[in-house]
Write a protein that binds this ligand. Structure first.
Ligand SMILES: [Zn+2]
Ligand SMILES: [Zn+2]
Length: 349
């Protein structure tokens, strides 16, 4: 079968390898779409994220091709999502309702963890199907379901916060994850929901996703308008940082009320200069948010089926496996204005 291998920074190769077989307890999935995630792009540009010889691809959907003996969670022909979190189900985090912070997750997570192979390939082998595969309900198309990673991260961030109905909310960064935060915060009952992005096109999407206002954080007049809107409390109750940029963290700090909460959802690996003497008197709560749980993906799939969560806000571009590296280069340079590029290792299925 054809697969794309990571040989190191700026080095991907389309290779021909043996098609895996489903051993006992394993499931083989024929890949329909695999999204190129921001994590993949960081790994393409920065050393130390992926192991060499890894096949990337941790957000995929496809059809179950074969099941090994003892597998009961899925059957041949089922439409499934394949991806993180590859939680172990037995560590302290898993046993206390936080499988997304499972200490054993990375070695189990396809397409990211060491010694795992992801879905930039015609077929992907799931060794822990109970934890890695989600059956896709009828009524959701595969190209909607493949967004589970993008949608899940934003959805989890709001559930992880202590946001309450009626709170004023700000979201900095209106890329795909920011849009998911906006949709979720709106659903959760935000009173005034203010989004920030440097790009006009992204601000327009934020308004479509449910933001009441969308401002440019580099425009002093826009910042003054935001401050006026939040003036009665001195800032938002909860700020979600979804750009993964130090300046975006500063915007959150500037516009959060005393005793408010700042949730860091985005990160691009850079350290943030955050702790200054000015923060102490504000008693901010700083929270981190990481991926999502299986339960949350099931909820999201139901919300999509019910028409309560929009997927049409996320522009997609479908390409053949051969184009993986070209698309990664274009995305690294910021030349592609799409929410997700979807690889189609088996062509149109
Ligand atoms: Zn991802
Ligand atoms: Zn665990």
């Amino acid at each position: 079968m054809r697969a794309v291998k990571y040989h190191g920074v700026h080095n991907l190769e389309l290779v021909e390898i043996e098609k895996p077989e489903a051993g006992p307890g394993e499931v083989l999935v024929k890949v329909a779409y695999c999204g190129i995630c921001g994590t993949d792009i960081h790994a393409y540009n920065m050393p130390g994220i992926f192991d060499w010889e890894l096949i990337p691809g941790h957000e995929a959907v496809g059809i179950v091709e074969a099941v090994g003996t003892g597998v009961t969670c899925v059957a041949v022909g089922d439409r499934v999502a394949v991806g993180p979190p590859g939680d172990c189900g037995s560590c302290y985090s898993c046993n206390t309702g936080h499988p997304n912070t499972c200490c054993n997750a990375f070695p189990n997570t396809l397409g990211i963890g060491p010694n795992t192979q992801g879905a930039y390939a015609e077929y992907v082998l799931s060794k822990f199907p109970q934890n890695e595969l989600f059956r896709i309900p009828e009524g959701i198309q595969l190209e909607q379901a493949v967004l589970f990673d993008v949608l899940g991260v934003g959805f989890h961030a709001v559930r992880r916060s202590e946001m309450k109905v009626g709170d004023d909310i700000i979201v900095t960064g209106c890329g795909p994850i920011g849009l998911s935060v906006i949709q979720t915060a709106k659903m959760a009952g935000a009173k005034t929901l203010i989004a920030f992005d440097l790009l006009e096109s992204k601000r327009a999407m934020a308004l479509k996703a449910g933001a009441d206002y969308a401002f440019n954080p580099s425009d002093s007049e826009d910042m003054a308008k935001a401050k006026a809107l939040l003036g009665h409390t001195g800032g938002a109750q909860v700020a979600f940082e979804a750009a993964g940029h130090p300046d975006s963290v500063k915007t959150c700090v500037e516009l959060t009320m005393a005793n408010g909460q700042i949730v860091l959802v985005g990160s691009d690996g850079r350290p943030y200069e955050l702790v200054t003497a000015a923060l102490g008197p504000m008693e901010y709560d700083l929270k981190f948010s990481f991926t999502y749980t299986k339960e949350e993906i099931h909820m999201l799939f139901e919300l999509i089926t019910m028409g309560k969560f929009r997927t049409d806000l996320y522009s997609i571009e479908k390409v053949e496996l051969e184009e993986a590296e070209k698309k990664m280069i274009q995305m690294s340079r910021g030349e592609l204005d799409v929410a997700r590029v979807l690889l189609m290792p088996n062509g149109a299925m």
